[in-house]
Design a protein around this ligand. Sequence first.
Ligand code: G1P
Ligand code: ZN
Length: 543
Amino acid sequence: MEMKVVRTTPFKDQKPGTSGLRKKVSVFQQAGYLENFVQSIFDVVEDLRGGTIVIGGDGRYYNDVAIQIILSMAAANGVKKAIVGQNGLFSTPAVSHIIRKYKTQGGIVLSASHNPGGPKGDFGIKFNGENGGPASESVTNAIFQNSLKIDDYKILDKSKIELGVCGTSKLGDMEVEIIDPVSDYADLMESLFDFNAIRDWLASGRTMRFDAMHAITGSYAKAVFVERLGAPETALMNATPSPDFGGAHPDPNPVYAKDLFDTMFADNGPDFGAASDGDGDRNIILGRGIFVSPSDSVAVIAANAHLVPAYKTGIAGVARSMPTSAALDRVAEKLGIEYFETPTGWKFFGNLLDAGRITICGEESAGTSSDHVREKDGVWAVLAWLNILAVRNMSVQNIMLDHWKTYGRNFYARHDYEGVEVEKAHAVMEHIRTQLDTLPGQSFGAETVKFADSFTYHDPIDGSVSENQGLRIGFESGSRFVVRLSGTGTVGATLRLYVEKYVTDPDRLNDDNHTALADIVTIAEKITDIHNLTGRDKASLVT
Ligand code: G1P
Ligand code: ZN
């Protein structure tokens, strides 16, 4: 097999977003598109030459093609060894674990997360560094800069490797080790949680449903929930992974996981329900008749972490992304531990986790995890809940009520305006920005604005500064709303409006979420003028 140097010309649009480079499959299918980006990774991350890389993806359409290209390019770029999931598969948290466990120089994750798959769907590629987490902004910027001036890439001629059988082989001079994508990860989970307690709880007649949404976590769920914890096969829904997610949208929310929601809200529904997304890093948690908002979920996990063997001696600190509700802050105050507010995107937790400043972190967008990996981790969050339920032996509903009584409740919702014309989305942001100086002190109904700003993050570990991370309008009551532009969309612009209402009145803790939020939504729509400026009379999706 010969190494070829192929002439290429740059693409101008390879700037990674919130989570790697994400585009339509057809964009990735253009000659040289994937190759340019992959070569930019090898050009920038010099440690990969002579090092070991982990490669795998969520199995979506084009995963199989992309992985062969990346392996050929890794071999041509002098990588010593590639660790690849069998059939090219790994969930995102599993890649993070494998990088850390085998101390490799990094990994490449192929996924577009919760975005739809198939020939007309989305594809994505992301580089994770040796800590197992998404590369920092300085690295992703360097990769982007490289992609703007690239003029050739290196690849082995006519190489292809069989990925179906575990074992070791050679591709050019590079060693390729194909491993079972699940077992290392399942072992890690077993080392963190009280599997005996969960097994007993399930055996005592408690019931659960896990919706894998036709995605990769089907394989992980079978190994963990069924084989190791004894749940019946019927506890799993949509557990066979498919390249187009069964034609569905692998985003765990009330719209796309409707079957699960219907099951959980039915009379005599299961005790516990959960779902994860296309690449297994997101999760949602439900109980019989109740959906736990992801912002609340991370707060409950932090408050009860001492019941989980891995965290029984306490947690160092916690962090949440800026738009995530402040429920987690309340828990940290009570525990007397540090808490941090970071920009949206998992990469911002990496430094805090590496420095041992935080143990648990989460995002409102169904992401929760701990310092066991450097990605959010869907199955981990589900196991954390199962562990807590098994020890406390209370319903999800009662755990939530108990939590709200102790800390107050942060009612929460996110309103997404998807596929908005880019200029219109910017007009909304600009309209709010011009009011930031004059809003504080103004009253709207019962609420008075306490602060209004554009969020800037000063990383306490490396001192880096990230500006323009969203606009925040906070009220004296502890309620607030936030507006930001999505960094993961592939069509037009997506505006996200996050609304939060803080309530401590014991009689109002069980109010309906959307009713409780109505006044904040009205104020937010007035200040942002979002309907008028976007030409939309309502959000595309409310979660
Ligand atoms: C979205 C979520 C964010 C998450 C990211 C990757 O990014 O809001 O919390 O980290 O997906 O899963 P956004 O589209 O808002 O930039
Ligand atoms: Zn995901």
